[in-house]
Design a binder for this molecule. Structure first.
Ligand SMILES: Nc1nc2c(ncn2[C@@H]2O[C@H](COP(=O)(O)OP(=O)(O)OP(=O)(O)O)[C@@H](O)[C@H]2O)c(=O)[nH]1
Length: 302
């Protein structure tokens, strides 16, 4: 689409931070808005560790979404990193989407208001409204309306039922500054292929293993060899303990094979190429508590 250069504001562009407690539905919402499976979606909380930018073109605007880790208490060092990433994302952006599952009480929202404290305009997005009766939804909306002088808009959405997409995008565009587009309009994400493949492998670990293990592992992409029609990818899954490595590998290598196959399919679907994926597992005890190791894995503390 070519922008209308005759008006005062021919194009708009801006950064939109997407925040909310773990499991609020951030990744699902972003995937839905961009229409491609890019942000990581998991049934388990705290899957979104690093920020991932996703671009959506809507009318004359380029919306750059910044996915953030859930806002939660500082329990472990890794969580502390996630919280600081979320706060950083708010500071850098033009607009904040605060995602509130419609079933939640308003405690998280009040906490967000304290944290944001007038720094950035925000839209409250009520997510998962399909989980509520109409009556309960109206009552929830009324509770949020008590804060209407604080937010730009309140938009109820359900990805499951396909409700609220255009209304949300229209409202976001209204709140963005006039600006030339900041990225090529064909791009869907500013996150590089390394980051995307890494997230896809992590998602496969979450899908194939339960309990603590997925939270205590991370993935390093060692090497990507891109060729026409085929990418060769070498990656290492880093675990905390030897016992976790044994579970990750599984009997006769069955678990790691399953993780690898699932990740490869996602990567092939995304890239449109054949992928040759080699997965290794290594043990680095204490990685999630150790700042130096965290920075080696790409989590920067500044
Ligand atoms: N019923 C219903 N479930 C939803 C909807 N949107 C998301 N979910 C579910 O909510 C869960 C969490 O979704 P995510 O998108 O992973 O949440 P997140 O906020 O990115 O989570 P973190 O990465 O932990 O911060 C998943 O099981 C989704 O399927 C919705 O519109 N309706």
């Amino acid at each position: 689409m070519s922008p209308d250069i005759s008006s005062n504001c021919p194009t708009k562009a801006g950064f939109v931070a997407v925040v909310g407690r773990p499991n609020a539905g951030k990744s699902t919402l972003l995937n839905w808005l961009v229409g491609e499976k890019l942000a990581m979606v998991s049934k388990k909380a705290q899957a979104t560790r690093k920020r991932m930018n996703i671009i959506v073109m809507h009318e004359n605007a380029q919306i750059i979404f910044v996915d953030t880790p859930g806002i939660h208490e500082k329990e472990r060092l890794l969580n502390q990193f996630m919280l600081s990433e979320a706060i950083k994302a708010i500071g850098d952006c033009d607009l904040v989407l605060f995602l509130a599952p419609a079933n939640d009480r308003l405690d998280h929202y009040k906490k967000f208001l304290e944290l944001n404290a007038g720094r950035r305009p925000h839209i409250v997005v009520l997510t998962k409204i399909d989980e509520l009766s109409n009556e309960a939804l109206l009552s929830k909306i009324a509770q949020y309306q008590a804060f209407q002088d604080r937010f730009e808009a309140l938009i109820p959405v359900s990805v499951t039922k396909g409700i609220g997409k255009d209304q949300l995008l229209d409202e976001i565009v209204k709140d963005l500054p006039c600006s030339p587009w900041l990225y090529d309009s064909e791009l869907m994400t500013t996150t590089n292929i390394r980051e995307i493949y890494k997230e896809m492998i992590r998602e496969s670990i979450f899908d194939n293993l339960s309990d603590e293990i997925p939270y205590e592992t991370d993935v390093i992409i060692e090497k990507i060899d891109e060729r026409p029609g085929l990418d060769r990818v070498q990656a290492t899954i880093v675990a905390e303990k030897k016992s976790q490595k044994m579970i990750l590998v599984g009997k006769g290598g069955s678990t790691i094979k399953r993780i690898g196959r699932d990740a490869r399919l996602k990567m092939e679907q995304f890239s449109g190429k054949k992928i040759y994926l080699e997965l290794f597992v290594s043990v680095k005890s204490g990685w999630s508590k150790n700042k130096k190791m965290l920075s080696e894995l790409g989590y920067d503390f500044d």
